[in-house]
Design a protein around this ligand. Structure first.
Ligand SMILES: [Fe+2]
Ligand SMILES: [Fe+2]
Length: 256
């Protein structure tokens, strides 16, 4: 039985919940987090996940927000663990998919014919702002981190930065509920993934330059534990600045 979602933030008008244990932990599928944000009477799911998570997430969110009133399915990118459940969400709700414009015409491959008609907001490369209740969610460009068309989502109310596949750690759904406040012991759980799935150190440094300008209480990835508090977040940025990705080594393996 999944636990109740972790409450990342709550005030009387605004809630951010994280589901971390909806996918069976039998070693076949990677642990993944899904998020429900509610502002007043508007609700959005960030990175709804694949078919493995659909039933549990649909039932789990129903206790906190009526699925038929859901406004958005917000996807950081188009990987299977992000939106493979799209067909079922579009069938069961009236929500609109918000995704990079470069994935807009690829997303219909996840659904039955015609299901996505007038139900996709394609986000331009430069990003933007998405109205959510009485506030807005900031759609921040994070391309090549690791996907070509990739966005992170900054919630100015909770000061949470939702970072998709950046900042992920390989852990169980239960451990993902424990925010990291001291980065050093956490690095071994992040390193292999970031070296292989991030494109280059240059893109990481461009991103940290942008992210340092935000007032961030928590960096919350799609896999593993949130990184919480200024000391750990500063250390995370510093770690990314010096992380060497395997892209250069991989280039040598391409036959020419
Ligand atoms: Fe991904
Ligand atoms: Fe992922």
């Amino acid at each position: 039985m999944p636990q109740e979602p972790l409450e990342l933030y709550r005030d009387k008008n605004h809630t951010c919940l994280m589901f971390s244990d909806l996918v069976e932990e039998d070693g076949q599928a990677v642990q993944a987090n899904q998020f429900l944000i509610v502002d007043d009477d508007t609700g959005a799911i960030i990175d709804p996940g694949g078919n493995l998570a659909f039933n549990e997430l649909f039932m789990g969110m129903s206790k906190h927000f009526p699925p038929h009133k859901l406004s958005y399915l917000i996807a950081s990118h188009a990987d299977p663990d992000i939106i493979a459940s799209l067909d079922r969400w579009l069938s069961s709700t009236k929500a609109t998919l918000v995704i990079s414009r470069i994935w807009e015409r690829f997303a219909p491959h996840f659904t039955k014919l015609g299901k996505t008609e007038n139900r996709i907001i394609g986000v331009p490369d430069s990003g933007g702002r998405l109205p959510l209740g009485r506030h807005e969610l900031v759609l921040l460009p994070a391309h090549f981190m690791h996907s070509e068309g990739n966005f992170h989502f900054y919630d100015p109310v909770s000061r949470i930065l939702f970072t998709g596949d950046l900042g992920v750690s390989m852990t169980s759904g239960a451990d993902a509920r424990v925010p990291v406040t001291h980065l050093a012991p956490h690095i071994p759980r992040m390193e292999g993934f970031h070296r292989r799935y991030m494109v280059s150190n240059k893109i990481l440094r461009l991103w940290t330059r942008m992210a340092r300008q935000l007032d961030i209480a928590m960096v919350v990835p799609q896999h593993g534990a949130p990184i919480m508090g200024k000391p750990a977040i500063d250390d995370f940025f510093q770690w990314l600045d010096s992380l060497m990705c395997v892209f250069h080594a991989m280039a040598d393996t391409i036959p020419c």
